[in-house]
Design a protein around this ligand. Structure first.
Ligand code: CA
Length: 231
């Protein structure tokens, strides 16, 4: 499994949206676009984008408000793209948690360079590069999972869940923590979607899903992953 880097673009202007989307796709990124603040927030929670590009002038909510809400539960890098060019606009957005600020109009080359810089920064700040236990190996940089040397194909959500557990192997993660981290705060309290995904992961990585070696259920609490041997 090797996933393209997933970028969310929150922008109501159709022309800017299609120009940026085309430029990003051409450079090998996978882009999802949202045309309102509300749609953007729910996609930020659902898709777990690697980078969020955010316009400030949105129809339903100001972009600064979007930033404020996003920063309560997401640490994903945010690059603001806005026609507002005063120092105070930039200072406000950066203080609210934006990682970078680009003023319109801008060139695709500048946008790509800023995205690369943002990704470099995120990656050097992320610890724990590998998970390894028994025959299971997870490379948290290239996002590949292998079992006894064979690559395993996981869906985007399955990978996110497994990586979340692997990054804190040996610790119990509660259902609500996992639900919140992967699906965001707008999800309902029903754990069904989590259980279904965990069952699918077990079918793929456990020799006998009924007697797991890697992912253990802590009944009524959550899940715990076998401690990594790589520490
Ligand atoms: Ca706008």
């Amino acid at each position: 499994m090797n996933l393209k880097i997933n970028i969310l673009f929150i922008e109501d202007d159709i022309n800017t949206c299609s120009f940026v989307t085309a430029a990003l796709s051409k450079n090998g990124y996978q882009v999802t676009s949202a045309h309102s603040a509300r749609e953007g927030l729910s996609l930020a929670a659902a898709n777990y984008p690697e980078i969020i590009l955010l316009d400030l002038g949105l129809p339903d909510l100001d972009g600064c408000e979007v930033l404020r809400i996003l920063r309560r539960w997401s640490d994903r890098p945010v690059i603001v793209i806005s026609a507002r060019e005063t120092d105070s606009d930039k200072v406000q957005a950066l203080d609210l948690g934006a990682d970078d600020y680009i003023t319109k109009p801008f060139s695709p080359a500048e946008l790509m360079a800023r995205i690369r810089a943002c990704l470099r920064h995120t990656r050097t700040c992320t610890p724990d590069r590998f998970y390894q236990a028994l025959g299971l190996r997870i490379n948290l940089v290239s996002r590949t999972v292998s079992l006894d040397g064979e690559l395993i194909h996981l869906t985007h959500v399955e990978y996110r869940l497994l990586a979340l557990l692997a990054e804190r192997s040996g610790c119990v993660l509660t259902y609500s923590y996992m639900m919140n981290t992967i699906w965001g705060p707008y999800t309902d309290d029903n754990n069904q979607i989590l259980r279904v995904n965990m069952a699918n992961i077990r079918r793929k990585i456990e020799k006998n899903p009924a007697r797991p070696q890697y992912v253990f259920t802590e009944v009524g609490i959550g899940y715990r992953m076998r401690e990594t041997e790589g520490r």
